[in-house]
Design a protein around this ligand. Sequence first.
Ligand code: 5RP
Length: 233
Amino acid sequence: MDVTEVKRLLGCAAVDAYVRSGMRLGLGTGSTAIWAVRRVGELLKQGSLTGIVGVPTSSQTLMECQALGIPIRSMNDPDIAGGLDLAIDGADEVDGERRCTKGGGGALLIEKIVAYAARRFVVIVDRPKLVRDLGLSFAIPTEVLREAREPAIRAFAALGGRGEVRMAVRKMGAVITDNGNILIDVKFAGPMDPVQMEKELSLIPGVLGNGLFTRVRPTVLVGDAGGKIETLN
Ligand code: 5RP
């Protein structure tokens, strides 16, 4: 089974298992999470789900919701009031304690606001994303105010990380996030304490968010190449 099909199965499984009518739903970003968004759209269209309001975590997800007719809100709307019943998202890495690295798609800032505001967080990943230590095979993404670029890179170095500005592919220069900031991916040479590092990165002036998600322990659905899905709780 190809990896896209595994991602589709994961998105459907997460929605079928955890989404109920009337929920305030955080909708993640990426090539896996998009399948959960599509499943919500499909079930709304069929009428088997009703009364859902979704908070999209990126322009990718916003556009998909608009195309599918999923009612969208911001975290600040009165009928969301800063809290969600459930958030579903992908991840770049998950460790044995179900802590995650996110931000490969550059949407970590809103993804974290949404995940941390949800009563339940469900992460959908294919098995190769399970790792022993976060941040070794995947650099930790950070979203940084443009003016803070060089001070932030120096601050990352003081924490043992090498920061690299993420460059755009079909545009010259840096990737500019949905929020108008740059991304700096921080590579660590050896294992670090992700709980402590999430805090340390949050304290650097101008660093608006980082891709370490350690303060919520999600339910993780892990997809195998054969299509089997395992739930980690
Ligand atoms: C976007 C994210 C994604 O959820 C993460 O990068 C995983 O993406 P994919 O499912 O495409 O591998 O954090 O900012």
